[in-house]
Each structure stands twice: as C-alpha cells, then as structure tokens.
Design a protein around this ligand. Sequence first.
Ligand SMILES: *Cc1c(COP(=O)(O)O)cnc(C)c1O
Length: 402
Amino acid sequence: MDYFKKFPNDKGYFGEYGGIFVSPELEAEMYKINDAYFSISKSHEFISELRSIRKHFQGRPTPVYFCKRLSEVYGGRIYLKREDLNHTGAHKLNHCMGEALLAKYMGKKKVIAETGAGQHGVALATAAAYFGLECEIHMGEVDIAKAHPNYIRMKLLGATVIPVKHGLKTLKEAVDSAFEAYLKDPVNSIYCIGSVVGPHPFPMMVRDFQHVVGVESREQFLEMTGELPDAVTACVGGGSNAMGIFSGFIRDEDVELYGVEPAGRSLQIGDHACSLSYGTPGVLHGFKTYLLQDEKGEPQPVYSIASGLDYPGSGPEHCMLKDTGRVKYTCVNDKECLEAFYKLSRFEGIIPALESSHAVSFAMKYAQENKKKSILVNLSGRGDKDIDFVVDNYGIGEKYIK
Ligand SMILES: *Cc1c(COP(=O)(O)O)cnc(C)c1O
C-alpha cells in the first residue's frame, strides 16, 4: 500500500505512536475535524484555492539554491530549500494557511492556538487576517516578555493574545489554556496546532500541508541537477518542516534522510531537547511520542538556543521513522549551530534562523565527510528574529570565521 494511505492508520497511529489521548469530549471534536478534513481537503475547490494562495500570497514555489562558496569550503555539494523566503519568513505559514482555509470551509469564525516563542502565533494571526477570521493566541507571560516583538506582531495582525499566568507561565500552560478555550465553543472555533504534534488528525494534516515543500524540492532538484540529492536534512522541533521535506523523498529509498535535534548546552537533563535520540515512549499533549520524561512520566525541562526546537516530544511520524530506520536522527549543539549561523551569513549572504542553522551545521559535516555527494537542507526560516540575541551574546562571529 502507498505510504501516505498507510500512515497514519484510521485511528491516527504511525506504528505505535500518535493516536488520540484526550478527554472523550475533545476526542469527539478531533474526529469531527478529521471527517471534515477528509471530505473538504480532497475537493477541487479547496485544492485550487490553496494553490492560488500559495502562489499569490505566500510567494511559492520558494527556490532551491546551490551554496557555491560553502560547498567549496567543505567539499560535497550543499543545496538549500529556501523556506526563509516564504511569506513571514518561515515554513510555518504553509500549515497555518491550510488550517485556516479548512476553518473557513467548516464555517468556523475563530482560530485558537498556543504559542511558545510566538512564531506559530504570528503565522496563524497572518492566516486569520487573510481570511478575516478571529484569532485567539494563548501565550505564557514569561514568553511574552522574552519574545516581545512577536507579541506586538500578533496584535498588529489583529489577534487577541491571552497571557497565561499560572504554573511556569510558558508553553505547557499555554497549551492547556488554549485547549480549555477551544472546548468552551467548539462549534464556532477550531484549534490550530503549530507542528506535526498533538492528537490525531493534526500530525497528519500538518504533514499534508507541509508536503508541498517536499514536492517542490524534488522537482526543482531534479530539474537543476538531473538527479535526486544523495541526502536531505532538516531540523526537528515538533517536526513539521522536516516532515514536509522528507515526505517528498520518502519513497525514494536511495535518498538518505537526516533529522537534526538540538543538543543545546550539554546532554544533561534540562540542557537539550533531543527527544528522539534520548527519549522513551510516553504521552504528551494528547499523543504518544518519544518523550524526555522523569520516572513519573512528567516531561523534563528542555532547552535549545533555538526556541522553536525546545519541545520535549516529537511528531509521531518521526518516532515511527526512527524505529524503522528510514530516517536517521542526529544532534547538533548550540556552538555548532552558531558556527553554521555565522558561516551561512558570511559565505552565502543568507542569515538563517537558529533552528535552521542546526540542519545547516549537519550539512557542513556531511559535505566534509562525503565529498562526492549532494545534500539538500530545508532552510526552514530566516534569522532576522535572532540577530539581536546572537549579536548581544556572541558578537558578530569573527572567531567562527577564520
Ligand atoms: C518553529 C520553527 C521550527 C521548528 O518547528 P518544526 O515543527 O520542527 O519544523 C524550525 N524552524 C523555524 C524557522 C521555526 O520557526
């Protein structure tokens, strides 16, 4: 059977991961969204509207670019899929436009979500403004203080931002608060998740909306070089940008796939977020995943220099692909990430997001070790949001560029 028909199964499982672990009330809503998704997303009208939005609003297709100077330095051939050039500067808008379009077809008036560093909140607020939907974003007070420019962006885009004031006042509490708000009015509102995580059908829907990245890349790479890349790589937080590009090559068995997790400051508890590499099966936010957890099954604290990657679990499809060995998962630490950030800026004139820099770092290593091979990186976002933080803490990078 075709990969996409087989995974997930009709209960939302990718192998033993995924599923729906929520209250019966919320589970019923998840099945309603699932049924609506299957009937609406296959319609000609939905497909052609989404295609038009991608072209005229988002600026797709984004290019594939050959890094000539960086490849000269490291050997091998390094290519980038330029999701940093997608409207709003990252791949997240791909699934937010899809989710908001589904909301419109379902007759919803409001989209609700949580956000950590604010990237998902900004992308969803953008989609809501486009469709004229109300948008309610739940964000921890601690995160509001840390990611203030994104807080302002959401407000400019017309979203209502609900500060979450209990517990640690960060992502976990924001998720609970957003689910609660959604359950108060599931008729008029819809929950929109920010990655290939959460209960079924979200991991499947978000993958399907990100699939365009893989489809475009495969075609563009073939057209540019006459062959497929030897390897494809992407950073993995929840795993949406990685599933997007991997899904375009998953049936090409000769193409190696590498997911890159953030090894942070060290591999001690609380210093990294390598859930696939070091986690164990557990349940988080309504689905089964590889989880960094303590003896009680509580998620452990996580950290990465790239706030979009600090999640204690991973998308269920990644968990399955790790077990089957189709995708290899590796780790890159903060220091290696910074080196890639500075090098891509200096050698190619492209300032990458710190999240994406993890994948660039792996590609540099791969190129050095495989001088005859090509590697395609999903450059998930641009680094404008990171420059103040990087320069204030690490300078402009002379010591990395010799
Ligand atoms: C949010 C974010 C990520 C991590 O999310 P995934 O779902 O793992 O893709 C990666 N890159 C950028 C630029 C982001 O904003």
